[in-house]
Design a protein around this ligand. Structure first.
Ligand code: GLN
Ligand code: ZN
Length: 783
């Protein structure tokens, strides 16, 4: 609007009418890192003491303002603020509520970096707060630690100051808060507080702080507020749902005069929760995920309150594909008929935090593939284009370019590989199991391998020195010759092999020096994968991952690991483990195509890995490890969907190795031991040996077996924590092994570290492994 200019009376109606015609658009949230990970570098430089807090704040403010401007330029009407974070939005909420655990020594006042970052990442004297996965994404949040003694107070004014900051730039935003009920449901009972402590009972204590924040936002001029309540998509009981009704009716008087949006995302809202949330009186608007929430549309059709706004999340915040604009328009039109033209707002399915930032920086990506993609910046344009199309101002050129790209994607020979489609389709309905039982196989394998009791092994990678990383980088950039590269890697492998022989480890690994990343390494050699230069997504804090993009049918043009594994095997008489990443992990750590079900893509990867397993076997590799580090990560949010996922995931794993001989020993490895609930699926994978992370939770793992679960395969619960530089003593390791022996059969127990050794130093790895072998020998002697 033109400030200071009051239109003559008669034009008022016209202006209203005009505003009415611009269909509203909204974005749930936006990536914070910046298109080139500017925030990451600013944070890390600050943490390293190379820059000061003002430098960091400057980078952050620049990022925020450029994001707001970008959204305003794209025509977004409801622009979010307070979706920026120096580390995590849940931690920001903990700070807002002053719920700082005592050990961080906070003594009141506005919470600054000196308290905030130690909570996030610990420091020399205090460990960090716990971090855990944010729903089924790869983002991790800092878990609030709450108990009856926490004194809540308004201790971080971040939401208000960001609102004001945007306003001073001329942009009126919708401040976003993690909703009070989700905040409590995502918390855990603090140490010393009973596990059964009813966290929801703290609602009375946190609402007063929320009220203060709301009042301050209103005073600053806010007319909308967004509460993210994503826990509404989980399996909640009636007591938990009741908490929503209670909390929002408590807030009602404070919220009067404000438009209140409640956002849900990542799945559909169960029918009961839908009833609860649609009957909240103080709520003006509800946001639903129409991409992952497959049943949301039907729920909305079954009855949406006539006075409320519907924020329709049709643009996918979890993936990198361009929207199917034509199909979105028809969905939106159907919704418009239900809720009314003036009540529909076009939005994203969730925060764009979970997708890559900006396609413009992908200068090396193939042009055709690029035309199929939309990162966060492009998604803003899509949201607005949809809103305009609904308002009768369709950008024909934009829509036809989108349709053309979709057609090219559908028909591109790079996407479709008839033979792969056929082979994958033929897998359905069949079980793919090895022909004999695991005990028969273990016997056959033992004849061939002659391993001692309590065999020792490692998980795969050995320390990756700066020099090694540099050699790989230079080879990739064509700065060193293939010959020199092969020579360097061969030497590295031979050092690792020699070290393991010196340590007297029984089953060796080659150390994975040729791999930068366990998914990327395979993706680069498989067809159907593309890689970005800057397609980073925040994983936690300053850490980002760059998932490969699976755009087409997956096949394996040639062997991927046989060369290095056979080279390594030729250096030792001891068994050398072939080392592969499993199909489920490759899938779960990639951006997956959206034009076929996930399981179909997974089956295709499984077939490619199967080919590799069989080639390794032919090359004389008798032990093959297929890592499924991320199998658990793919578990759906709702119990009712778990069985289906586990079924195809475990099936995919079995496909990879059902064709090998009894004498070939298949290992798998998982990065967590928290699998009491999925133990039967793990057994159903039918691997000969499983190595698992365990060192931080012995008891939990062993309790599964103590409770009588029948387990006949080999098992190697990690005997020491590789995430820490600490060197475990022989006694300590021996002690853990004997605890395990009390529960597990002697002949199935393996001795190994928790996970790969890639991030450790040789000065840590050598003594640690030496103590590990000594401990195994000590116990062998006592058998
Ligand atoms: N084989 C891999 C390694 O040792 C496994 C890594 C993982 O489980 N995350 O590095
Ligand atoms: Zn691991």
């Amino acid at each position: 609007s033109i400030s200071g200019f009051t239109p003559p009376r008669g034009t008022q109606f016209l202006r209203l009418n005009f505003r009415f015609r611009t269909m509203a658009s909204h974005v749930v949230g936006y990536p914070r890192m910046g298109p080139k990970r500017e925030l990451k570098f600013a944070l890390e430089s600050f943490w390293d003491g190379k820059s000061n807090s003002e430098d960091l704040e400057k980078v952050a403010a620049d990022l925020r303002s450029s994001i707001w401007k970008q959204m305003a330029d794209a025509g977004i009407k409801y622009i979010p603020s307070n979706t920026f974070s120096y580390y995590d939005q849940v931690l920001d909420t903990t700070a807002m509520l002053g719920a700082v655990p005592q050990r961080y020594g906070w003594n009141g006042g506005e919470i600054g970096f000196d308290v905030y970052f130690p909570m996030a990442r610990g420091n020399a004297s205090v460990p960090a707060m716990e971090m855990t996965k944010w729903f089924d994404t790869n983002y991790h949040y800092i878990v609030p630690e709450l108990g009856p003694d926490v004194k809540f107070s308004y201790a971080s004014h971040k939401a208000v100051s960001e609102y004001k900051e945007a306003k001073s730039l001329g942009i009126d935003t919708v401040p976003v808060l993690v909703g009070p009920v989700s905040f409590l449901l995502l918390s855990k009972a603090a140490k010393g507080v009973e596990k059964s402590f009813p966290l929801l009972s703290l609602i009375e204590k946190i609402l007063p702080v929320y009220k203060e924040v709301i009042a301050e936002l209103m005073a600053a001029g806010a007319s909308w507020i967004q509460f993210d309540e994503p826990t509404l998509v989980k399996d909640l009981d009636s007591h938990q749902l009741q908490a929503f009704s209670h909390a929002y009716s408590e807030l009602e008087s404070s919220l009067s005069g404000l438009n209140v949006l409640i956002e849900t995302y990542f799945a559909d809202v169960p029918a009961e929760a839908f009833k609860t949330v649609t009957s909240l009186k103080c709520v003006t608007a509800l946001g639903f995920d129409l991409v992952r929430g497959s049943k949301n549309l039907d729920l909305i059709k079954s009855g949406f309150p006539s006075e409320k706004y519907l924020f329709a999340g049709v643009v996918d915040g979890r993936n990198i594909w361009a929207n199917d604009l034509a199909s979105s328009v028809s969905t939106l039109q159907a919704l418009e008929n239900l809720v009314g033209k003036d009540k529909l707002v076009v939005s994203t399915s969730c925060s764009l935090l979970h997708t890559a930032v900006d396609l413009v920086n992908e200068t090396k990506l193939d042009e055709e593939i690029k035309s199929w993609l939309a990162f966060a910046a492009q998604k803003l344009v899509e949201v607005n284009a949809l809103a305009k199309a609904l308002a009768g101002q369709k950008d024909e050129a934009f829509f036809s370019a989108n349709a053309a790209a979709r057609t090219s994607r559908k028909s591109s020979p790079r996407v479709t590989n008839g033979a792969v489609q056929k082979a994958a389709a033929a897998l359905k309905g069949s079980d793919h199991r090895r022909a004999t039982t695991v005990s028969a196989r273990l016997e056959a394998q033992q004849k061939k391998l002659s391993l001692p009791a309590l065999p020792t092994t490692t998980i795969g990678s050995f320390p990756q020195t700066l020099e090694l990383r540099k050699v790989r980088r230079e080879y990739k950039a064509n700065k060193i010759s293939e010959e020199d590269y092969v020579k360097y890697i061969t030497e590295e492998i031979s050092k690792v092999v020699k070290l393991q022989e010196d340590l007297d480890i029984d089953v060796l690994v080659h150390g994975e020096p040729e791999r930068n990343d366990m998914v990327e390494y395979f993706g680069e050699q498989l067809s159907g994968f593309a890689f970005t230069a800057n397609g980073w997504v925040q994983s936690y804090g300053s850490r980002c991952v760059k998932p490969p993009i699976i755009y087409g049918d997956v096949s394996r043009p040639k062997p991927m690991t046989v060369y290095w594994s056979s080279r390594a095997q030729s250096m030792s008489k001891r068994p050398m483990k072939g080392m592969l990443t499993g199909p489920v992990t490759i899938l779960n750590w990639s951006f997956v195509r959206d034009d076929q079900p996930r399981f179909e893509t997974c089956y295709q990867i499984a077939l490619a890995i199967k080919g590799e397993v069989e080639d390794l076997e032919k090359a004389g590799i008798n032990v093959i490890q297929i890592d499924e580090a991320a199998l658990r990560e793919g578990l759906p949010l709702r119990k009712s969907e778990e069985a289906f996922y586990l079924n195809w995931a475990v099936h995919s794993f079995r496909i990879t190795n059902c064709g090998v001989q009894d004498t070939t020993q298949i290992h798998t490895h998982m990065c967590y031991s928290n699998f009491n609930d999925i133990i039967h699926s793990i057994i159903d994978m039918d691997a000969d040996v499983i190595t698992i992370e365990n060192s931080r939770s012995d008891e939990k793992l062993l309790s599964v077996f103590r409770e009588g679960v029948k387990y006949g395969a080999g098992i190697g619960p990690g005997v020491y924590d590789i995430h820490s530089p600490r060197i475990p003593s022989t006694e300590e390791i021996a002690d853990r092994i004997s605890k395990m022996l009390a529960v597990l059969d002697t002949n199935i127990l393996w001795v190994n570290p928790d996970c790969g050794l890639k991030t450790r130093k040789y000065t840590e790895v050598k003594p640690a492994l030496s103590n590990m072998v000594a401990a195994a020998k000590l116990l062998r002697d006592q058998l």
